[in-house]
Design a protein around this ligand. Structure first.
Ligand code: C2O
Ligand code: CU
Ligand code: CU
Length: 420
């Protein structure tokens, strides 16, 4: 912390060696370490300054996925960091409590850089939210879900730009760990779950199909906990859940097979082992303080239409770093209509918070109705979003919108907008 109260963080992108399979050290990439990166935790109102150093031998960027900030600080493909260079964005955290993340965003190489291990969590606390479990690593546990294909020697293999979706791995990692387990010592645990995979969609459930509560989505808490037995998560999406355990039990968190090509196969993700005695947890509140207010759509809201074509274009155009596709007035609330003509995609918009109005005319599930920044767009369907834009204007520096299946993003299923 600086004299003026600014909180400083240093991140270094580097190559290293780690053991994905025990006893088999392999090359992985990470921030400040060999694999993945530290969790950054800030509070609403904090001023932050990052020093992001690139110790790789190729250029990259670091994007703050979910952060509301000026376009120059966003870390998209226009904020490249050359090898040996340091980039120092700064901004003030001014958004509701949420689980965000950070990852590289160099155009054409995002899939590879993320697959090699560059990703980390970015948690935003809000003094308005105090009722949920918040002891990091004890009853507030981040879970970064990623799938990999591993060679005989334990190293990640495969071409993340291959095939229709890129990598759909057969080995599930949680926080970079293969076959992980978690000892829990409290009656309830809050999990902040990030789908940090290149392409895979997860349908998360406990092996015994116990109910749990979803308390938050990508961009903030839900107004009230929603009880579910299963939640789905496409790449880039986050969900916060609270699950209850009984002393001495063991239960598996799993992903269940679906029918949309990016969700094939049942896999165990995490073994949870409850201690013989569990510390009491706060009761789950019936309303969640700190949840953002619903986004009101003005009657004359502008409607923009986006069609996802093949695996490399939006509105029949491939991404062009020198083309501005959309110009949005500061502070606008608009309706964005995303039509998917073929196979599975999702849609992420930088800088904004949105709510899903409908998917082919049907309301989204309650757990997916809060503030978000990334949404699944099922094959041959149309998703309508109420999008709230921020007030940082910069006619010269664009933000991105794109499919977060990284193979698609890298191949050109991405566009640029500026806020003026
Ligand atoms: Cu997490 Cu433009 O992405
Ligand atoms: Cu983003
Ligand atoms: Cu896609």
């Amino acid at each position: 912390v600086d004299k003026d109260g600014t909180r400083r963080f240093a991140l270094t992108m580097q190559r290293g060696r780690s053991e994905i399979l025990p006893g088999k050290p392999v090359e992985t990439w990470g921030f400040n370490g060999p694999h993945l990166g530290p969790t950054i935790r800030v509070a609403r109102g904090d001023r932050v300054r990052m020093a992001v150093t690139n110790r790789l031998d190729e250029a990259s960027t670091v994007h703050w996925h979910g952060m509301r900030l000026p376009a120059k600080m966003d870390g998209g493909p226009h904020q490249m960091i050359e090898p040996g260079g340091t980039w120092s964005p700064h901004w003030t955290i001014d958004q509701p409590a949420a689980t965000s993340w950070y990852h590289p965003h160099p155009h054409g190489a995002t899939a590879e850089h993320v697959y090699r291990g560059l990703a980390g969590m970015f948690i935003i606390d809000d003094p308005a939210e105090t009722e949920l479990p918040a002891k990091y690593g004890i009853d507030d546990v981040p879970l970064i879900l990623q799938d990999k294909n591993l060679a005989e020697d334990g190293s990640p293999t495969g071409d993340p730009l291959d095939g229709t979706f890129g990598i759909l791995g057969e080995h599930m990692l949680v926080n970079g760990t293969h076959a992980p387990f978690l000892n829990v010592r409290t009656e309830r645990v809050r999990f902040r779950i990030l789908n940090g995979s290149n392409a895979r969609m997860y349908h998360l459930a406990f092996a015994d199909r116990r109910a749990f509560h979803v308390v938050g989505g990508d961009a903030g808490l839900l107004p009230a906990p929603v009880q579910v037995e299963q939640v789905s998560l496409t790449p880039g999406e986050r969900v916060e859940v609270v699950a209850a355990f009984t002393a001495g039990e063991q239960v598996l968190l799993r992903t269940l097979s679906g029918s949309d090509d990016i969700d094939e196969g049942d896999f165990d993700l995490l073994k949870i082992v409850a201690a013989p005695r569990l510390a009491a947890s706060p009761r789950l509140p019936s309303r969640l303080a700190g949840a953002p207010a619903p986004i009101a759509v003005p009657p004359n809201a502008r409607v923009r239409r986006f069609q996802l074509n093949g695996h490399d274009a939006i509105n029949r155009k491939e991404m062009d770093l020198s083309r501005i596709d959309e110009v949005v007035p500061a502070g606008a609330t608009e309706i964005w209509e995303i039509e998917n003509t073929v196979y599975a995609h999702n849609f992420h918009i930088h800088e904004v918070a949105f709510q899903v109005l409908d998917v082919d005319g049907e309301k989204p599930p309650a757990y997916g109705s809060g503030h978000k920044d990334t949404v699944y767009v099922p094959p041959k369907s149309t998703v309508r979003l109420a999008v709230r834009f921020g007030r940082f204007t910069d006619p010269a520096t664009p933000y991105m919108y794109h499919c977060h299946i990284l193979r698609h993003e890298d191949s050109g299923m991405m566009g640029q907008f500026v806020i003026v």
